[in-house]
Design a protein around this ligand. Structure first.
Ligand SMILES: NC(=O)c1ccc[n+]([C@@H]2O[C@H](COP(=O)([O-])OP(=O)(O)OC[C@H]3O[C@@H](n4cnc5c(N)ncnc54)[C@H](O)[C@@H]3O)[C@@H](O)[C@H]2O)c1
Ligand SMILES: O=C(O)C[C@H](O)C(=O)O
Ligand SMILES: [Mn+2]
Length: 540
């Protein structure tokens, strides 16, 4: 290998940390400044440089330069500053980089760009992107529903890259065994189609047979090429996300983050709230506001939990109400998605059915005690809405978890103030600590990033054949017990600074459940050891 190829390979490059011996052996003599740095010194210098950047977008671009040149240093630094860097590397700043991707493009970051018009290139694309690396984990997006900001075509590739960065920082997934993938199936965003600098296909989205056939070819090719693959779907549109998950989850180890990951983290947050009040889940009334991939995914996870706590399927459905653009969902509506149908109600059961498009009215009518926002309807949780929740119960659960920040149904501060500190709040983006009436309210981050890395670590360590509902349930339960519920203002989810610890707990729970269900294929039978052994550390 030529010297500059080594220096330009982020998996091999150590930059100024190459020792003199290595410089001799690799033909690097004279190609680097003479002082040999430790990784600690490199991290110190890089962090100081980072602090000179003034905007979050510039900070992210600087960190991506480090990522592009030296993965080990990048993750060493990310681990040191996980709470500070997460909103820069990932949500919410990642939304800005996706919106501006084509104009700011510098480096493809080892991603695989699949083109719907060229299925014959799928194999070559995956081969070229992977090189001789043994890929264990793919995050794939088609970017039709990026966070709450909609369709971004090829530009959505950054969500695959970003999710994988969090996998490594949070759970120690070896960055050399991951592959970010984007399926460019076109875009329906006019501004992109009209932009001559847009780097994706300049045509509208392809749907239906051609699309599903292309995805099928991708899955089959990836499975054939990488035998121990775990496949993560991210930010697909509402009309495809659940269909794809349902199609593949019985065949291969696969996971939809928006549907399943969000379900786990929100259920974990509800458990955290009930730990504090001592109330039972089966006494709650759940209102979903925004019944798309995440909204319906969360509702069905909480519904499954109510069943495992003793209710029948039908009894459990009586605890659920779902609103979408049409208002409260009724079973006579013709545009319900398959995932919404079981949550739709009989119009005749409501004396005031005609008023059920107003959130506060619905809250009062159904006596909701839990309100989860996945609507992208910024500001929808008004003071009236929060006060209506407080009329129904002493300590309502109110989670406005739409992303990024500009899509929040309410800020954590608003919910705390309007509920006079009574509501349990968690948001999808970090909200820090809110001071109110002498109490420091630590706000939990109900973001699937708290769990998908650990879930992935458990899947890879156990080499599970499938990801089952029971494994997902085990992941949600493993989030309990990490926060002291007695302390005033306690968060309902473990703070993100503990994500490494959380990831190990989640991974062990998932791997053990896989083993119990006879799905673990790894040679190692001690699942805790398998998880420990799987973990990668950023060191030279
Ligand atoms: N915190 C997390 O971990 C997390 C995870 C996944 C998704 N999300 C967020 O949830 C939001 C939805 O994501 P998704 O993947 O489910 O998207 P989606 O498009 O599948 O769902 C959004 C749903 O909201 C509905 N909606 C839109 N406007 C509405 C309104 N005014 N009133 C009621 N409903 C309305 C849409 O019709 C759709 O059904 C996004 O902002 C996303 O960032 C957060
Ligand atoms: O990406 C995130 O921050 C969470 C989630 O997957 C989303 O789509 O909003
Ligand atoms: Mn997502």
């Amino acid at each position: 290998m030529r010297a500059h190829e080594i220096l330009n390979d982020p998996f091999l490059n150590k930059g100024t940390a190459f020792t003199m011996k290595e410089r001799q052996e690799l033909g690097l003599v004279g190609l680097l400044p003479p002082y040999v740095q430790t990784i600690e010194e490199q991290a110190k210098q890089t962090y100081q440089h980072y602090l000179m950047k003034s905007s979050d977008l510039e900070k992210r671009h600087f960190l991506m330069e480090i990522f592009n040149t030296n993965r080990t240093l990048f993750y060493y630094l990310f681990n040191q500053h996980i709470v500070e860097f997460n909103p820069i590397v990932y949500d919410p700043t990642i939304a800005e980089t996706i919106e501006n991707y084509s104009h700011l493009f510098v480096d493809p970051q080892y991603a695989a760009y699949l083109d719907i018009n060229h299925p014959e290139n799928i194999e070559a694309t995956l081969k070229n992107a992977a090189g001789d690396r043994k890929i264990r984990l793919i995050v794939v997006t088609d970017a039709e529903g990026i966070l709450g900001i909609g369709d971004w075509g090829t530009q959505g590739v950054d969500i695959s890259v970003g999710k994988l960065m969090v996998y490594t920082a949070a759970a120690g997934i070896d960055p050399s065994c991951v592959l970010p993938v984007v399926i460019d199936a076109g875009t329906n965003r006019k501004t992109l189609l009209e932009d001559d600098l847009y780097l994706g296909n300049h045509h509208e989205r392809v749907y239906g047979e051609t699309y599903y056939h292309f995805v099928d070819q991708f899955v089959a090719t990836a499975e054939g090429m990488f035998p121990k693959l775990y496949l993560h779907w991210e930010d697909f549109g509402r009309s495809n996300a659940a269909t794809l998950l349902d199609k593949y989850k019985k065949e291969i180890p696969t996971f939809n983050d928006d549907i399943q990951g969000t379900g786990i983290v929100v259920l974990g947050g509800i458990f955290g709230s009930l730990d504090i009040t001592g109330e039972k889940l089966t006494d709650q009334v759940y209102l979903c506001y925004g019944g798309g991939s995440a909204g319906a995914g969360i509702a069905s996870r909480v519904h499954a939990e109510m069943i495992s706590e003793g209710l029948t399927e039908d009894e459990a459905y009586q605890h659920f109400f779902m609103m979408d653009k049409q208002g409260l969902l009724f079973d006579d509506m013709e545009d319900l998605t398959p995932a919404q149908k079981p949550f739709a109600k009989k119009r005749s059961d409501f004396a005031n059915a005609g008023d059920m498009h107003d959130l506060a009215t619905v809250i009062k009518t159904v006596n909701a005690t839990i309100l989860v926002g996945t609507s992208t309807d910024a500001g929808a949780f008004t003071q009236t809405v929060v006060k209506a929740m407080c009329q129904n119960t002493q300590r309502p659960v109110i989670f406005p978890i739409s992303n990024p920040t500009k899509k929040l149904e309410a800020t954590a501060k608003q919910v705390i103030e309007w509920s006079d500190g009574k509501a349990f709040v968690a948001t999808g983006v970090p909200s820090g600590t809110i001071q109110y009436n002498g109490v420091d309210y630590q706000i939990g981050q109900a973001n699937n990033a708290l769990i998908y890395p650990g879930l992935g670590l458990g899947m890879l360590a156990s080499e599970a054949r499938l990801l089952t509902d029971e494994m997902i349930g085990a992941a949600a339960h493993s989030l309990s017990g990490l926060v002291d519920p007695g302390q005033p203002g306690a968060p309902v989810l473990p703070p993100f600074e503990y994500v490494a610890k959380v990831s190990i707990k989640v991974a062990e729970a998932v791997a053990k459940m896989a083993q119990e269900q006879g799905l673990a294929q790894s040679k190692e039978k001690d699942m805790e050891k398998a998880v420990r052994d799987m973990k990668w550390y950023p060191e030279y």
